[in-house]
Design a protein around this ligand. Structure first.
Ligand code: GLU
Length: 482
C-alpha cells in the first residue's frame, strides 16, 4: 500500500490567510506521518482576473517560512490548462456537459420573483452547438443523493435535485475551478482532499465530476476522501474577516513570531494534542495528528494566545539563538531577509553588536515578538533617548521630588567607586529612602531621563551596560530641560 497523497491548493488572490496556513499544515501532517506520504503544492492560478504574481511568491515564501516542505511541485494549475480543456471536451462528448446560451436576465425572467436560486435546466435538452455565447453546464442527476464521506464530519448528504446544473466552462472558454481542481486531483492521484469548510458545498459537484471523468476516460481513479476543516472565527465568533482581522500570515512573520510557535498554534485550531500541554514538539504534533479528531465546531483564532505562546517559545531559545534570530529586526543590514516596514530606529553605524549581545538577555524575558525589541533597546544605540513626553512631564517636569531625585542621582552616580548594577541599585535605594521613596518610585525619574520611557529592561543592569558617561549626561540633559 502506498501512502497518502495530499495537496494544498491555494488560489493566489491575496495575502496568505492564516486559514490557508492551517489547511497547508494539516495536509502536511497527514503526509509526514506516513513514510510514504506525499505533500504537493498546487497553486490554483486559473482565475486571471484575481491572481497576482506577488501573491504566488507570497505563498512560496510563507510555506518556506513555516517549513512545510514539498515532495512534489510546486505546480501551477495554469500549466495544466490543456488537460482541463480536454477533460471538458471529453465530458461534453460523453454527454455529461451541455451547451447553454441563457443570459442571467433571461433566467430571471423565466423563473420570476422569489424563485429558488440556480439554473432551471432550460438548455438541457436543446442540443445546442458551441457558439460565441455558450457556456458548458454539468448535467446534474435529478434523482438520488450524493454522499460526501467526510473524515471530520462523517457522511454529509446532498440531495441531487437541489444541485443545479453548474457551469463548468464559461462562454469565454475558461474552464472553471471545479473541473480544473478535479482534473488535477485525479491526475495527481490525490487520496485526501483536506481544505476549509467553505468548500464543503463544492464537494458533491466535484465528486460528480470525478466520477464522470472516471467513466468517460475509463481510468478508474479512486475518489479522494474529503476532510473539511472547521471555520476560523474571531473574538466575536464571526468568520475571520480579511479586512478587519489580522489574517495575513506574512504579518506574523514580519512582527517576529517564530515559525515553530506559529505552527504549534495553528495545529491547535480545531485539533488538540493529547494531554494538557499545548506547547508541543513538532514531531509529536505530526505523530498524534488525526483528521478524525479534528473538531466540527468553529475554531477561535486567538491572537493573544498566539502571542503568549510565541513569548514562551522566545524564552526557550538559547541566548545565542535569540540574538541570531532577532537580527532581521535589530540589524537588518546583516541579515539575508528583512521584515517589511520594520526598520529599527537606529542606523547601522549607531548599532553595537557586542552591546546588543550583552543586552539581549534583559529583553528576552520581556518580549513576546521580535518586533517589540527595537523600541525597548533603542536608548542603548541612539545618541539621545526618544522621550515619552507624557511620562517625562509626569515624573520629572511636574514632580519636584523627581527633579530632586535626579540631582541626587547625578551626585551619587558620579562618585560611585564601581559602575555596576548592584552599586547603582544600592545608591538609588539609599537616595530614595532619604527622600521617603520606595525603590519603584525612585527608579522612575532615572529610568525616564535615561531611557526615555517608564517601561523597559531592568534599570540597573541597563545603566551598567550603558556606562557612566552616557548615563550622567542623560540625567543632566533631563535636568536642563526643566
Ligand atoms: N483553490 C481553492 C482555494 O484556495 C482550494 C480548493 C481545494 O483545496 O480544493 O480555496
Amino acid at each position: 500500500m502506498s501512502g497518502p497523497r495530499v495537496r494544498f491548493a491555494p488560489s493566489p488572490t491575496g495575502y496568505f490567510h492564516v486559514g490557508s496556513a492551517r489547511s497547508a499544515l494539516f495536509n502536511w501532517f497527514v503526509a509526514r506521518q506516513d513514510p510514504e506520504g506525499v505533500f504537493i503544492l498546487r497553486v490554483e492560478d486559473t482565475d486571471e482576473s484575481r491572481n497576482r504574481e506577488e501573491w504566488v511568491e507570497g505563498i512560496y515564501s510563507a510555506m518556506n517560512w513555516l517549513g512545510l516542505t514539498l515532495d512534489e511541485g510546486p505546480f501551477r494549475q495554469s500549466d495544466n490548462a490543456a488537460a482541463h480543456d480536454s477533460a471538458a471536451q471529453l465530458l461534453r462528448r460523453s454527454g455529461y456537459l451541455y451547451y447553454c446560451d441563457c443570459t442571467f436576465a433571461e433566467l430571471e425572467t423565466r423563473k420570476g420573483p422569489g424563485a429558488t436560486p440556480g439554473y432551471d435546466g432550460f438548455c438541457r435538452e436543446r442540443g445546442l452547438e458551441r457558439g460565441p455565447t455558450t457556456a458548458l453546464r454539468f448535467r446534474t442527476p435529478r434523482e438520488g443523493v450524493t454522499i460526501v464521506r467526510d473524515l471530520i464530519r462523517g457522511d454529509v448528504e446532498f440531495v441531487n435535485n437541489l444541485i443545479d446544473d453548474f457551469v463548468v466552462v464559461k462562454s469565454s472558454g475558461a474552464v472553471l475551478y471545479a473541473l480544473a481542481n478535479v482534473t488535477d486531483d485525479r491526475h495527481d492521484r490525490i487520496t485526501h482532499v483536506i481544505r476549509g469548510e467553505e468548500h464543503l458545498a463544492n464537494a458533491p459537484k466535484q465528486m460528480m465530476l470525478w466520477e464522470a471523468l472516471n467513466a468517460a476516460t475509463g481510468d478508474e481513479v479512486a475518489l479522494a476522501f474529503y476532510a473539511h476543516l472547521p471555520l476560523l472565527v474571531n473574538e466575536q465568533r464571526k468568520k475571520l474577516s480579511k479586512r478587519k482581522d489580522p489574517v495575513a500570515t506574512e504579518s506574523y512573520r514580519d512582527q517576529g513570531y517564530l515559525p515553530e510557535a506559529f505552527v504549534n498554534y495553528l495545529a491547535l485550531l480545531g485539533w488538540s494534542p493529547r494531554g494538557d500541554e499545548e506547547i508541543v514538539a513538532l514531531s509529536t504534533l505530526i505523530e498524534q495528528f488525526r483528521l478524525a479528531d479534528v473538531s466540527h465546531s468553529p475554531a477561535f483564532f486567538d491572537v493573544k494566545k498566539l502571542t503568549h505562546m510565541n513569548g514562551e517559545y522566545l524564552r526557550a531559545l538559547s541566548l545565542d539563538e535569540f540574538i541570531d534570530r532577532s537580527a532581521p529586526w535589530v540589524a537588518p543590514w546583516s541579515s539575508a531577509w528583512q521584515p517589511s516596514d520594520r526598520e529599527p530606529p537606529w542606523r547601522e553605524d549607531q548599532f553595537d553588536q557586542h552591546l546588543y549581545g550583552l543586552v539581549a538577555h534583559l529583553v528576552q524575558e520581556r518580549v513576546a515578538t521580535f518586533a517589540e525589541i527595537p523600541s525597548m533597546v533603542a536608548f542603548f544605540f541612539l545618541d539621545e533617548p526618544t522621550l515619552d513626553e507624557a511620562s517625562f512631564a509626569k515624573v520629572i517636569v511636574n514632580d519636584p521630588l523627581g527633579r530632586d531625585l535626579l540631582r541626587g542621582a547625578v551626585q551619587r552616580f558620579e562618585r560611585l567607586a564601581s559602575w555596576d548594577a548592584a552599586s547603582l541599585h544600592d545608591a538609588t535605594l539609599a537616595l530614595g529612602e532619604e527622600m521617603g521613596l520606595a525603590l519603584r518610585k525612585s527608579q522612575a525619574p532615572i529610568r525616564c531621563a535615561v531611557t526615555g520611557s517608564l517601561v523597559g529592561p531592568p534599570l540597573f543592569e541597563s545603566l551598567e551596560l550603558l556606562g557612566r558617561e552616557k548615563t550622567l549626561r542623560r540625567l543632566r540633559v533631563a535636568l536642563e530641560r526643566v
